[in-house]
Design a protein around this ligand. Structure first.
Ligand SMILES: *Cc1c(COP(=O)(O)O)cnc(C)c1O
Length: 232
C-alpha cells in the first residue's frame, strides 16, 4: 500500500474514533489508538509514526525486537498484544511499555522477576476469555479475581485493566455482548476488595468492531488493517 494511503487511513480511523466517542458522550481523549504493526514493514511503520501514531502494537517477540531496535530514537510506546510464553518474559519486559495478554500467574511471576531485575514497573492488562471459545487465549472470567489477588503480591507489576478478543465475525454487533461483558467484569472487580488495583483500561476493539467497542467503554482500540491495509 502506498504511504499516502496509510496517512489517509490513519486520519480516517482517528476521525471515526472521535465521532463515535462524541456520539456516546465520551471524551475522545479517553480512547487511545494502538496501531497494530505486526507483519508490517519498518517503512510503513515509519510513515505511521511521522503521521502521529503514538502507540504501536506487536504480536511476535522476535519480529518486534528487530523493529523496536530500528526505532530506538522515536517517541513511541510499544504494546505487546499477542500470546506470550513465559520463556519470552525477559524480552517482553525489555522491549515493551505495556503487555495486554497476561492470563496466568506463572506468566505474571516471570514478568515480575524480569521487571525487578530491570528495576522497572511493568504495566500489564489481564486478558479475559469472555466468549468461552476454546481456541482463544485469555483467562476464564471467574478466575480473574483470584489472579488479581495473586498479582497484587508482585511488586514490579502494575495492573492497568483488562483485555479481550471476541470471536471473529463480519458483523461488529456480534462483538457487542462480549465488550459489554468485559466492562461489567471490570466494574465488578473494581468495586470488589481489590479497590487499590487500578482497572482503568479496557483494551477491546479491532478494525472490524472498534466503534462498537468504544460505545461499550473501550479505552485502547487495537487497529491494524484499517490503518496499514491487509497483511501478507
Ligand atoms: C492483529 C490483531 C489486532 C488488529 O487486527 P485488525 O483486524 O488488523 O485491526 C488487534 N488485536 C490483536 C490481539 C491482534 O492480534
Amino acid at each position: 500500500m502506498p504511504d499516502l494511503d496509510i496517512v489517509k487511513n490513519l486520519l480516517d480511523v482517528k476521525k471515526r474514533i472521535k465521532k463515535v466517542s462524541i456520539s456516546c458522550r465520551r471524551n475522545p481523549d479517553d480512547v487511545r489508538l494502538v496501531a497494530v504493526s505486526k507483519k508490517i514493514s519498518p517503512e510503513k511503520i515509519k510513515t505511521a509514526l511521522d503521521a502521529g501514531v503514538g502507540i504501536l502494537g506487536e504480536n511476535y517477540i522476535q519480529e518486534a525486537q528487530k523493529k523496536i531496535a530500528g526505532f530506538g530514537n522515536r517517541d513511541v510506546s510499544w504494546h505487546f498484544i499477542g500470546h506470550l510464553q513465559s520463556n519470552k518474559a525477559k524480552l517482553a519486559v525489555d522491549l515493551f511499555d505495556m503487555i495486554h495478554s497476561v492470563d496466568s500467574f506463572h506468566l505474571a511471576e516471570s514478568l515480575n522477576r524480569e521487571a525487578r531485575k530491570n528495576n522497572k514497573n511493568m504495566d500489564i492488562l489481564v486478558q479475559a476469555n469472555v466468549s468461552g471459545e476454546h481456541s482463544k487465549h485469555g483467562l476464564d472470567p471467574n478466575k480473574i479475581l483470584q489472579l488479581l489477588k495473586e498479582i497484587s503480591s508482585l511488586s514490579n507489576l502494575s495492573v492497568q485493566g483488562l483485555m479481550t478478543m471476541p470471536p471473529l465475525s463480519d458483523n461488529p454487533e456480534n462483538s457487542r455482548p462480549f465488550f459489554a461483558l468485559l466492562r461489567k467484569l471490570r466494574d465488578e472487580l473494581a468495586s470488589s476488595e481489590l479497590k487499590y488495583i487500578c482497572l482503568k483500561e479496557l483494551s477491546m476493539g479491532m478494525s472490524s468492531d472498534f466503534e462498537v467497542a468504544i460505545e461499550e467503554g473501550s479505552t485502547l482500540v487495537r487497529v491494524g488493517t484499517s490503518i496499514f491495509g491487509p497483511r501478507n
